[in-house]
Design a protein around this ligand. Structure first.
Ligand code: ADP
Ligand code: ZN
Ligand code: ZN
Length: 747
């Protein structure tokens, strides 16, 4: 049968596609999946993507509308990216139209042509020695400039869009002219004299030249590094488990080098690109090819340009954060995920995908190696390496001879704390400052479920019905079990030793900077967190100041733990670790271990030895001891044993349906409906619904229903049946709901 209808994915929060008639004058047989189509949607015009053409529709002929127009002749989607998006929409239970839209640069989402011609000012003569320019030096200068750019060669150091224009074409665009501060009058004069003119220009891109790629020679690898490099050069997924400073980045660089020599491209994902300009610089220093950094600071235009360079093979290396995983590569050669354990690779709202997991799949489909690197691999990745799904390479020495940090536990069980600081810690900080060194105070603020703990004996209230800790809810001042929903008031005293000293752990520590100024008068205190670094260039300024090396105190959150290199920091102090080890979220302990080692990597990077001081009520906590005495691998093994015993990921698969409403009851009822509809079937296990840890956010009440199964297939089936039920049964009125597959945050 002849196809008659277009099946279009529209960027709306509905888990289905929509049928349209082709626009009049379009030949439906010519249409390829992945082209953009402008269609009517309610009263609006939206940009959708053609999934396929079909000969059947459930719509009646009077209801089906024609599409307005085709935006593309050829698909904007690279076939692999299109396939990844369709897979991800299914796997993460997210509307395919929104997924496809996420994968495109903003300007393409809005329907801009992929190669929009821009007017450029072009020289119309071949030398600057023209009559009438003698007394107008500005016009002469402009003409000379126009002539010069025609022969400009690509310069790898310049990665902004305007210099790219220069490298790929001739003439100057309006924005380039305004950057050069050329006035409109000067341009007009030159045009009027017939020496220059505006011409529409379409950029063309050519693949980079693989014969001349090096700017700096490579380092000679040590044995561990060579082995890791050899292991990682085949298609498949490779975990490089190497302590901070063991030379992982050097391995990425050399792996990329051999990829580039074959004329192929490399995609590198990092957790926080805006905060690690050093990493980008290291790539640019090594290679004289186009290196693109994709980050949130880029304009939409620059992003589109980088995307095109990647798509057409002229960008050799793309370094980006999570969403860069959807960057198309003409000649894919390698994907690197640095700090693969980092939670920023999982999107936490909307389309909740894991860029790392998508990367692994992409690598399979493109038949290229995927390198995951970390000093503290995620338990899932380590588990996959143990199961030989991934290769595993260990790097256990620091590459530059720096020594590893000493860990020191400070028992605060019997200490009086001054604004959270114990006497021994204050003493230690003072010593390091007096020795003219820098001290980093690390504050863990993110993603832990608070519990209530007895200060005297360490008792924590457990649920009577489950083997789980009760989560403390500040707004309700009560404890709730996140597994069964049991709720109880905050106990007046410890049920074990009757002490009245019950303290909530893991909440509020914002006043730290003020406390430090008071505790260490006269010391410079630099606070680095999301707020203080929001301004453009702020992080660079801090980094510069810190690298001047004057003694002082740095206060930071997770941001500081990531990839920074501060030569003069000799002491890292962690003041609030118990909230991590005693969180109600079973993943918190893994994150705490990762953080401890990551911040530890900040201490003593160069010639000076480093110390990590950890304040804790429980210096004999078994997993903490394993981490410190035996290292992260032993710690991982221990946690994996526990996860296996309790049927938790990676031994089980999880998903959460989250609901949000004006009243908690409404969200809970909605989730209860879902659960009841499935209560007869035992697999997967449905836990809850319970109010979310932060049950009130932005005046909305939130609750969640957890799915858990040993079988991924069954979990997926159940989720899809639930969604179908919700979408057909009309139970979601007044409720905003979302699905989170493989959640990393169980709140
Ligand atoms: P990681 O990424 O594991 O933290 P890096 O690759 O940044 O480690 O290496 C840490 C330091 O050691 C860097 O200064 C790097 O230049 C240096 N380095 C890495 N490999 C070697 C090597 N084979 N020989 C000499 N120095 C090296
Ligand atoms: Zn319970
Ligand atoms: Zn007690």
């Amino acid at each position: 049968m002849k196809p008659t209808y277009l099946e279009i994915a529209v960027p709306v929060p509905l888990r289905r596609s929509f049928h349209y008639l082709p626009p009049t004058n379009a030949d439906i047989n010519e249409l390829q999946p992945g082209i953009r189509v402008e269609v009517p949607f309610g009263p609006k015009k939206v940009i959708g993507v053609l999934i396929k053409t079909t000969d059947t529709t459930h719509l009646s002929s009077t209801k089906i509308k024609p599409a307005f127009r085709l935006i593309d002749q050829k698909p904007v989607f690279h076939p692999t990216i299109f396939r990844l998006c369709c897979w991800a929409a299914q796997y993460y239970c997210h509307p395919v139209g929104e997924v496809l839209s996420t994968a495109l640069p903003v300007l393409l989402r809005k329907g801009e042509p992929i190669n929009k011609p821009v007017n450029r000012l072009i020289a119309k003569v071949d030398h600057a020695n023209q009559p009438g320019l003698g007394r107008s030096p500005k016009q002469l200068a402009l003409l000379e400039h126009l002539l010069a750019v025609n022969s400009t060669v690509a310069s790898a150091n310049n990665i902004n869009a305007d210099s790219l224009h220069q490298s790929v074409s001739e003439g100057l665009s309006k924005s380039m002219l305004s950057q050069l501060k050329v006035s409109a009058a000067v341009i007009k004069a030159l045009v009027d004299k017939g020496y220059a003119d505006w011409l529409p220009f379409v950029n063309t891109y050519t693949p980079f030249n693989p014969t001349n790629i090096m700017r700096q020679p490579t380092l000679t690898l040590n044995d561990e590094q060579s082995a890791a490099l050899r292991t990682s050069d085949k298609p498949g997924c490779h975990l490089i488990f190497g302590i901070t400073g063991s030379g992982k980045t050097e391995i990425y660089l050399q792996a990329i080098e051999s990829v580039l020599r074959q004329g192929n491209q490399a995609l590198v994902l990092v957790p926080e690109i805006g905060l690690t300009p050093q990493t980008v610089k290291r790539f640019q220093d090594r290679f004289q090819v186009n290196v693109f950094a994709l980050h949130s600071g880029l304009s939409d235009k620059d992003r589109l340009l980088a995307w095109q360079q990647a798509n057409q093979g002229s960008a050799a290396i793309i370094i980006g954060t999570r969403s860069a995983i959807f960057t198309p590569l003409l000649n894919p050669g390698l994907i690197v995920i640095d700090e693969e354990h980092d939670s920023s690779f999982k999107q936490q709202e909307g389309f909740r995908y894991s860029a790392r997991d998508i990367a692994v799949l992409r690598g399979q489909w493109e038949n290229i190696p995927v390198i995951l690197g970390s000093a503290t691999p995620a338990l899932e990745s380590y588990h996959n390496a143990n199961n030989e799904k991934y290769t595993l390479s260990r790097l256990q020495q620091r590459a530059n001879q720096a020594s590893t940090a000493n860990y020191r536990l400070i028992d605060i069980q019997h200490e009086k704390l001054d604004e959270g600081f114990s006497k021994p810690l204050i003493h230690l900080i003072t010593q390091h400052l007096q020795a003219q060194n820098q001290v980093l105070i690390f504050l863990n603020r993110r993603g832990f479920s608070p519990v209530v703990m007895c200060r005297a004996c360490g008792w924590i209230k457990n649920c009577g019905q489950c083997d789980a800790r009760m989560t403390y809810h500040l707004t309700l001042n009560s404890l709730i079990c996140h597994h069964c929903g049991l709720q109880s008031g905050r106990p007046p005293k410890c049920e074990q030793c009757a002490s009245k000293q019950l303290i909530p752990l893991g909440v509020g520590t914002q006043r730290l900077e003020q406390s430090l100024l008071r505790l260490f008068p006269g010391q410079r205190v630099i606070r680095i967190d999301r707020d203080s670094t929001r301004r453009k260039g702020a992080m660079e300024k801090f980094t510069e100041e810190i690298n001047r090396g004057e003694p002082g105190i740095l206060v930071g959150t997770q941001l500081l733990a990531k990839g920074h290199h501060f030569a003069n920091v000799t002491l890292v102090a962690v003041i609030d670790i118990d909230s991590g080890f005693y969180s109600a979220d079973y993943k918190a302990i893994e994150r705490m271990g990762q953080i401890l080692l990551q911040v530890g990597g900040r201490a003593g990077r160069e010639s000076k030895p480093g110390t990590v001081a950890i304040q804790t009520l429980f210096p004999n906590q078994p997993v903490l001891k394993i981490l410190i005495d035996q290292g992260y691998e032993a710690f991982s093994r221990q946690l994996l044993n526990e996860r296996q015993a309790y049927d938790l990921p990676p031994f089980a698969y999880q998903a959460i349906i989250r609901a949000e409403a004006n009243e908690l009851a409404r969200a809970m009822t909605f989730l209860t409906h879902i659960k009841q509809n499935f209560s007869t079937k035992m697999t997967p296990l449905l836990l809850g619904p319970v109010p979310s840890n932060m049950e009130k956010r932005a005046n909305k009440y939130r609750a969640q229903l957890l799915f858990s199964s040993n079988n991924r297939r069954q979990l997926q089936d159940a989720l899809h049946r639930c969604i179908e039920f919700v979408e057909t049964a009309n139970i979601s009125r007044g409720v905003k709901w979302a699905v989170d597959v493989d959640p990393i945050d169980l709140h």
